[in-house]
Design a binder for this molecule. Sequence first.
Ligand SMILES: *Cc1c(COP(=O)(O)O)cnc(C)c1O
Length: 450
Amino acid sequence: MNSPTNQIDWVARSLASVWHPCTQMKHHEDYPLVAIQRGQGPWLFDAQDNRFLDCISSWWTNLFGHAHPKINQAIIEQLNTIEHVMLAGFTHQPVIELSERLSQLTQGQLGHAFYASDGASAIEIALKMSHHFWKIQGKSEKKKFVCLRNSYHGETLGALAVTDVALFKEAYGSLLQNVYVVMSPDARQARIGESAEDISEQAIAALESCLKQHHHDISALVIEPLVQCAGQMAMHSATYVKEAALLCKQYDVHLIADEIAVGCGRTGTFFACEQAGVWPDFLTLSKGISAGYLPLSICLTRDSIYGAFYGDHLNQAFLHSHSYTGNPLACRAALAGLDIFENEQVLLKNQERALKIGEAFSWTKDDERIEHVRQQGMILAFDIQECYIEHPEIFSKELFQKGMQAGVLIRPIGQTVYVMPPYILSDAEIEFMGKSIHRALGPCLRLSAK
Ligand SMILES: *Cc1c(COP(=O)(O)O)cnc(C)c1O
């Protein structure tokens, strides 16, 4: 089963039949696919039993490691009870318990939960719900959205419209609705003599001028609080989130907090918004919410917004559904994850773990080729100055490959190297992560600037 031929066989069969996501398939001629056989804790094992430390939580989803005994057990029990039933006209214990517990985690501020299967769908739901709410209020002209420069909210057409990624806009821009794109509070924009707070203030001023001018036709502002993850892990202060929320209130515009990546404890608090003392009108979760096990996404909202849709007529109802809405197995995995948060004091232990991660990357501070070393809870990132990169066009793929050779799975975004590991790394694994990435980076960089 674990013979080397098997690995090659898998790769050939995959290339012959599977179309891989967001990938130029021809690049796999130079960078072979990796066939994964199994996972255990933070480790992934390939067909030849080589192991790789999953430093990016398998695309930011896996919070407690692979094959976690308690989550596995919870899913098996659910599997033997009810694997799936439609959520229209029916309900079940896992979806009720999950909705109640999420409401409690928001201190009852976001008392209703709407379900879907992937992150992009949760964004679609928030956008539709926001506009439909205004329409019910007799303000159907409020149908445009504001997003930030460098934002990422998913790749379906609605979510892609509020995503500011040049490559995607070039390819699919003609299919998308117009949105207002305002300055990002990305602290890396600070010039000499400027602070992160200065940048945040400039971004707030830009947002205010947009809202002042256009609030009549704006439905919602959508942000990724604290970290624009797909946008090269660009970080900003909680002050920005707080002030943006105030502006939204002032101009009668909804705030959608996309916590698909930053939620579930990633930034230190369970919700990133908590650090700003803000509860948005809509909060989207996915990725880590099912502990990386099953596709699940949720759009949380206020009871007052839910209430506006409550009436005698179907056209006043929120009209949206997916076949697997509220899937019991996925909800059960999420509940098992929430139990781990509670019973194992995960957020508290992550404080210590985050410090250790910072220490494991202290080498980045003494290297003039590296800039903008930044950390927010369980995300650490830094940028490589382009003039020091040996082959800029293929840097991220090259470093990925060197990482795999050193036993770590990382997936740089452009010139940004980051880690976003599961919340279970031991001290030794954290050290291994820092050292291996240092080692992998060496051959990708030049000693002197170009
Ligand atoms: C990943 C992500 C999404 C999209 O989620 P999918 O499950 O990939 O559709 C949306 N917003 C943010 C912030 C994300 O990181």
